[in-house]
Design a protein around this ligand. Structure first.
Ligand code: MTE
Length: 318
């Protein structure tokens, strides 16, 4: 992956975009019908956008208290090679991408399989706001207020059988709608996977929203994975398939450069990328002259995930 300076990013206030119709937008998009709704206060427009989202979708004990990056930062500095390799490309090139209708195929070793319309896929589950740190393998980071469904709820819904050891996700493959796919920069479709134990941990979510609004295209609409203790490339966007499989799948960045990007991709300041250190990170939005901050083991989520890797050699399984 290339490292670029976000010269186009300016810090801006998280409360600058005042829009209290968040939930209505979700309803219009048809993806909140089954979600738990916590009644908001009388004057929701007076609340900061993030606080409103927490009220409407339920706040989570797993959310960080760190200040989130601005909506502008999160939606203009992206990696989404289907729409170009420059950080500004996804925002520029994904605007007209149609995310309706959208179907998701669930197959493999599970009792419930089939092809589901996005609304039916999401509807049985409660939406939650989760404010997570995101650490990219390129040594930058953000704090992002997602709205999504805990992945564990979805996995349980499809009742994987004992043969299911991994969950594989695939992005849409449609070069006519995703111009970056006419380049061979990666093997398409983008693929990512988790072990069943990882996928049923409390932290991963399938996100459908950001800052209490419907997920923007450049962030992976209509559905993307968020795994906060792993490097950002595990967070596959534009998901159209979820497969319960027996053997460890080969994933996109691992196939592209197996000595640089591993299957596990756990954030680990003690295991450097062959071309750069992973000890520190630059928080997007901070001044280019501000000191970098130390990267935390498992991105600071060790309490929830360390037990998943007991006995595993993290140098070899990077
Ligand atoms: N998913 C797809 N389908 N294609 C991609 O190129 N890039 C990954 C990940 N998911 C990518 C993807 C990488 S490298 C990162 S760091 C995150 O998305 C970036 O997510 P963000 O742009 O929402 O911050």
């Amino acid at each position: 992956m290339l490292i670029q300076k976000p010269s186009d990013i300016r810090p801006s206030e998280i409360t600058s975009r005042d829009n209290y119709l968040n939930r209505r937008r979700f309803l219009e998009a048809g993806i909140a019908a089954g979600s738990a709704f916590v009644a908001g206060p009388a004057f929701p427009a007076l609340l900061p956008q993030r606080a409103r989202a927490a009220l409407e979708f339920g706040s989570s004990e797993y959310s960080t208290d760190e200040p989130p990056n601005s909506y502008e930062e999160i939606t203009t500095y992206n990696n989404y090679y289907e729409f170009g390799t420059d950080k500004a490309d996804p925002q520029r090139n994904a605007q007209d991408f149609e995310t309706r209708p959208w179907t998701i195929t669930v197959d493999g070793h599970a009792e419930v399989t089939g092809r589901f319309d996005l609304d039916d896929f999401v509807k049985p589950h409660a939406l939650q706001e989760r404010i997570y740190r995101m650490r990219c393998v390129e040594a930058w980071s953000m704090v992002i207020p997602w709205v999504g469904i805990p992945l564990v709820d979805l996995v349980r819904h499809f009742r994987p059988t004992a043969a299911a050891k991994y969950v594989l996700f695939e992005s849409l493959h449609d070069p006519e709608r995703m111009p970056g796919q006419s380049s061979r920069v990666l093997r398409w479709p983008y693929r990512e996977a988790l072990t069943i134990a990882e996928a049923t941990n409390v932290l991963p979510i399938l996100a459908v929203g950001l800052y209490g609004e419907v997920l923007p295209n450049q962030n992976g609409a209509p559905l993307r994975l968020v795994v906060p203790w792993k490097y950002g490339f595990k967070g596959i966007k534009g998901i159209v398939r979820m497969s319960f499989v027996e053997t460890q799948p080969r994933t996109t960045w691992e196939m592209a450069a197996p000595n640089e990007y591993g299957f596990y991709a756990n954030v680990n300041p003690g295991v450097n990328h062959p071309r750069w250190s992973q000890a520190m990170e630059r928080r997007i939005g901070s001044s280019l002259f501000a000191p970098k901050q130390p990267t935390l083991m498992w991105n600071g989520y060790g309490e929830q995930v360390a037990q998943l890797y007991e006995g595993l050699d993290l140098r070899r399984n990077f």
